[in-house]
Design a binder for this molecule. Structure first.
Ligand SMILES: NC(=O)c1ccc[n+]([C@@H]2O[C@H](COP(=O)([O-])OP(=O)(O)OC[C@H]3O[C@@H](n4cnc5c(N)ncnc54)[C@H](O)[C@@H]3O)[C@@H](O)[C@H]2O)c1
Length: 351
């Protein structure tokens, strides 16, 4: 996407993002975004990679997530504050930038709260494509907050899940999730306990928010052959699975140096064997081997997924026109005359 004026940067507000998702359709958006994520995971080795830069506080975390493929640079600002929900605020909010490595100029500034929910769900569904038991149609979703519907729709679009078993400690969250997904082709059951939710499920998604090492799944809840999509444990001291489940599972991760700090595997020995998801996608490592194996995608969210999402949104702008023009960069007629530009502005009559 090119803009005629170099000082203008396309800006996608929350309003425009919603219009973009609605115009494209949520399922199609998730499917196409998953394609971008797979494409970038296949060229994983090209990227600059670093664990995200986290600033922890008593109530939550604020993180910066940068990466580059040498041509484009992207970063996301994102928070995680489980207590926010009780004050009517989102647990997770985000925005991000895509920039041209050649000039260093930003090419896109966008909201990423909705985009993060979409990219997290798309990444989970991509992982499940390679790891979930063949033909699985039932998914338990434990934690029915902001991310939950996105997870359900991504799994439907990419893996054929069409039966949902919902559980949340707050039943109103499950009711909200079921209501939002009504008419979208799911058979939905709201369950009384996590144990009830996992019954008969080939895929178990845990997507709860709590700033502690919680035990959303105990070992006895997980039968052989299931795929666990563990999304909510994504910070030091914030996990969802009992350690014994990890010891029985084949574990797949995004970027090990980050996941060992933030993921479920923070509970394990630092040398515990894990497989990088990109290697499975690039056919350099095996995904699911057999029907009895427990596979675990220990999702924490990695910068390359946000980079893919930024690329995808950038590629939709020209056709949809769903952006505003942001006067973000100073653009004096003579690049070295920045101060002169200020003086000339001072001499102009106030509008
Ligand atoms: N891995 C990733 O890439 C990624 C991306 C985005 C968010 N997340 C994480 O996903 C989690 C959920 O995010 P959200 O935006 O949906 O949060 P949210 O606050 O909107 O929803 C969380 C839900 O979990 C429920 N819950 C809390 N403890 C529970 C328990 N013990 N059993 C059952 N339900 C429980 C809450 O009642 C709430 O409805 C957060 O921890 C967030 O940090 C991870």
């Amino acid at each position: 996407m090119t803009t005629a004026k170099l000082n203008i940067v396309p800006f996608v507000s929350v309003d425009r993002m919603m219009k973009l998702v609605i115009a494209i359709g949520v399922e199609r958006f998730l499917t196409e975004l998953a394609g971008y994520i797979e494409e970038d995971f296949r060229r994983w080795e090209l990227f600059d990679k670093t664990p995200r830069i986290a600033s922890h506080s008593h109530d939550g975390v604020i993180e910066l997530m940068p990466t580059s493929d040498g041509h484009l640079y992207g970063f996301k600002y994102v928070n995680g504050h489980p207590k926010n929900m009780r004050q009517g605020l989102q647990t997770v909010t985000a925005f991000g930038v895509l920039a041209d490595v050649g000039s260093g100029y930003p090419m896109l500034l966008t909201e990423m709260t909705i985009l993060t929910a979409l990219r997290t769900a798309a990444t989970s569904a991509v992982a499940a494509k390679y790891l979930a038991p063949r033909g699985a149609r039932t998914m338990a979703i434990i934690g029915n907050g902001a991310q939950s519907e996105f997870q359900a729709i991504a799994f439907k679009a990419l893996t054929g899940i069409d039966r949902l078993r919902l559980y949340d400690i707050d039943r109103s969250a499950s009711r909200k999730c079921a209501k939002n997904l009504a008419g979208m082709g799911f058979d939905i059951t709201i369950c009384e306990t996590g144990q009830e939710a996992v019954e008969g499920a080939g895929v178990i998604t845990t997507v709860t928010a709590d700033k502690q090492c919680a035990t959303i799944l105990t070992d006895n809840m997980v039968g052989s052959g299931v795929h666990i999509n563990a999304v909510g444990g994504d910070c030091p001291g914030k996990t969802e699975l009992h350690k014994d489940i990890l010891l029985r599972s084949d574990i797949f991760v995004e970027f090990p140096p980050q996941t060992r700090i933030e993921g479920e595997i923070q509970q394990l020995d630092p040398n515990h064997q894990v497989t990088e998801l990109w290697q499975v996608i690039a056919a350099k490592a095996q995904g699911r081997r057999d029907a009895k194996q427990i596979t675990l995608f220990d999702s924490v969210g990695f910068a390359i997924e946000d980079f893919s999402a930024l690329r995808y949104v950038r590629d939709q702008l020209q056709a949809t026109g769903l952006y505003e023009e942001l006067d973000l960069l100073a653009d004096p007629d003579e690049p070295r005359d920045l101060f002169g530009m200020l003086l000339r502005a001072a001499m102009q009559p106030a509008a």
